[in-house]
Design a protein around this ligand. Structure first.
Ligand code: SF4
Length: 298
């Protein structure tokens, strides 16, 4: 079994920046993170060990200093929390801030903003909280339910694939040919690069292992992109989820990871795969059993 890493994988600059900020703050004073700093259990555990709890309700916070997540926090929420006596530190990625600015500019110019992204994701929710008139659509198909407007401004969740966001804008143009539709590219190159590298590797692999939190939007999109090109794709959070029976001795196995996945997870998964490779080589003389699909095969 041959194992190859994607040319680009793992933590992006925005997540590294947020982590560094939280770690530096935690050394000076008690803080809590409001929501998951990133959707990755290993990183959240690392913060817990540093004494930084993740709280979902400010009332549960053991400290009055709250740090927002890399996904951003709405201005409305910041003002509310400050009115309740909290100090709020914004750790949003600059690219997420740029998305907020893009939506604000579209609204200011009279465009009705529509955000292509996943409803319920903190990044999308923060935009929705700040802009009452923003519509959210998961994909091109969801553009069908939007009402008629003279001017639409389309932006996308940063981790959304750019091609899908552009396709959604096109769907809106087809639906309302008389409307002015402006597309502002707010997608993040870090996500795009990992998806391109993952897809390139998936194309020449018999199986792909995609490492990242199960709640991570960009990891799920990465796994879905790989699944379009590779027959067997397994999304795992860590090495303990891997099963040897998913692989065969002759497999070329690709390894990819989302922008919220720390390199220690990638190393640990790769080490376990190498162990499987060694074991499979030793038993290669025996006939291979069937490949078993796991519960979370993509
Ligand atoms: S994926 Fe892009 S937008 Fe999201 S945190 Fe990373 S660098 Fe920022």
């Amino acid at each position: 079994m041959k194992i190859q890493r994607a040319a680009k994988l793992g933590l992006c600059f925005g997540v590294r920046r947020a982590l560094a900020l939280v770690e530096a703050l935690a050394r000076r004073r008690p803080i809590a993170v409001l929501g998951e700093l990133v959707h990755n259990p290993i990183l959240l555990d690392r913060l817990r060990r540093l004494g930084v709890p993740t709280v979902h309700d400010p009332a549960e916070s053991p400290t009055r200093v709250l740090v927002g997540t890399a996904h951003g926090i709405s201005q409305r929420r910041i003002l509310f929390l400050r009115s309740q006596g909290f100090e709020v530190i914004d750790a949003a990625c600059p690219r997420v801030k740029r998305l907020h600015q893009a939506v604000a500019a579209l609204a200011a110019e009279g465009f009705c903003p529509v955000l292509v992204g996943r409803r319920g994701h903190p990044e999308v929710e923060a935009v929705v909280e700040d802009f009452d008139q923003v519509e959210v659509a998961a994909d091109a198909a969801e553009m069908e339910r939007l009402p008629r407007r003279a001017r639409w401004g389309v932006a996308a969740q940063t981790t959304h694939p750019r091609a899908e966001a552009m396709e959604a804008a096109e769907a809106l143009r087809r639906r309302f040919p008389e409307a002015e539709v402006r597309f502002v590219d707010t997608t993040c190159p870090a996500t795009e690069e990992r998806q391109a590298a993952g897809a390139a590797l998936a194309e020449k692999s018999d199986a792909m292992v995609v490492v990242g939190g199960s709640g991570s939007n960009n990891t799920r999109k990465l796994a879905a992109a790989c699944a379009r090109l590779c027959p067997r794709v397994f999304h795992v959070e860590g090495p303990e989820e891997l099963r040897r029976e998913w692989f065969r001795a002759e497999d070329r196995v690709g390894l990819a990871a989302g922008t919220s996945t720390p390199m220690e997870s990638v190393h640990a998964v790769e080490a376990r795969l190498r162990r499987f490779a060694w074991e499979l080589e030793r038993t290669a003389a025996r006939p291979a059993g069937p490949v078993v699909a796991p519960a979370r095969a993509v």
